[in-house]
Design a protein around this ligand. Structure first.
Ligand code: SAM
Length: 287
């Protein structure tokens, strides 16, 4: 669907400041002034921004708990020819914020959805971190429960991408400790209170994270990517295991040793070895 071919009733996803009220585009201010209604996560927070810019548009709430119902009302407004803007408390809606349910419903109903780009906390954090800026992976919030968080970090460990996380101050120490444990001695940056008066960027190695003083405010954690692992052909891994077995190691010991030597997960080596065995067996069966 083309966004601007006709003056159709539209849902605008409008980015707003992440702290400094001046960080808003001329276009965002114009659109917020022109739409029929603005849906906001917390109307009290957005009202401050709107009055700072002299915008008098009607405000209503849309948050995680009423998004389904509100989406139906928004569809009604669009059907009647009105235009709607969605904002979140800070930054870009849908980025670790509500708006996906609404966006899907509006797009499926055939109305244009237009993003008005602007601030989001992860991008300024990435560019000030001093770490590689691409490729990167924006994760958002890790699970709050320790076990789940550690399992998630394990899935991210080998990715050769700079990793970006949002984190709450009361959880950040635990998260940094888990990161040090699972991701190892990588370089990292903690970017606090971006665009605000007490903005601060700390660059450190994950194993030094416990020395960081007062970790308050809003923050983004940026972590160096994992080493790029050489993709080895399965046959090569399986042969390596076979050589060690021929040298006298039991099968599981040989698998573990290859995994250690090649810095791979035990399961990767195990699967490569099993696949080769299966292929050999089915060949024998065919003969
Ligand atoms: N939609 C927002 C965006 O586009 O970045 C993110 C909303 S999410 C609910 C809030 C989290 O974003 C905070 O807990 C923090 O991790 C991060 N964040 C928001 N503002 C920030 C700021 N000024 N400095 C650092 N991190 C910030």
């Amino acid at each position: 669907m083309k966004s601007f071919t006709e003056e159709a009733p539209t849902l605008f996803l409008v980015a707003t400041p992440i702290g400094n009220l001046e960080d808003i585009t001329y276009r965002a201010v114009r659109i917020l002034g022109e739409v029929d209604i603005i849906y906001a996560e917390d109307t009290r927070v957005s009202r401050k921004l709107l009055s700072h810019h002299g915008i008098k548009t009607k405000l209503a709430s849309l948050h995680a708990h009423n998004e389904e119902d509100r989406a139906d009302i928004v569809l009604q407004v669009l059907r009647e020819g009105g235009s709607v803007a969605l904002v979140s408390d800070a930054g870009t809606p849908l980025v670790s914020d509500p708006g996906l349910v609404l966006t899907k419903k509006v797009a499926e109903a055939g109305h244009p959805v237009v993003a008005i780009p602007g601030p989001s906390a992860f991008l300024p954090a990435l560019v000030v971190s001093g770490l590689r800026t691409h490729p990167f992976l924006f994760y958002g919030f890790l699970p709050a429960k320790k076990e789940k968080r550690r399992r998630t970090l394990e899935t991210l460990r080998d990715l050769p991408y700079t990793l970006l996380f949002y984190e709450a101050p009361h959880r950040v120490r635990g998260t940094l400790a888990d990161m040090a444990d699972i991701l190892g001695k990588r370089r990292a940056a903690l970017c606090r209170e971006l665009t605000k008066r007490f903005e601060e960027v700390r660059r450190f190695r994950l194993d030094e994270a416990s020395d960081l003083p007062d970790l308050k405010g809003e923050m983004v954690v940026v972590v160096e990517g994992g080493e790029e692992r050489k993709q080895l052909p399965e046959s090569d891994l399986a042969e390596h295991v076979e050589i060690l077995i021929a040298d006298g190691l039991p099968e599981m010991e040989a698998i573990k040793k290859v995994a250690r030597m090649r810095k791979l997960k035990k399961n990767t080596v195990y699967m490569a070895f099993q696949n080769k065995k299966k292929r050999q067996n089915s060949k024998r069966f065919e003969e």
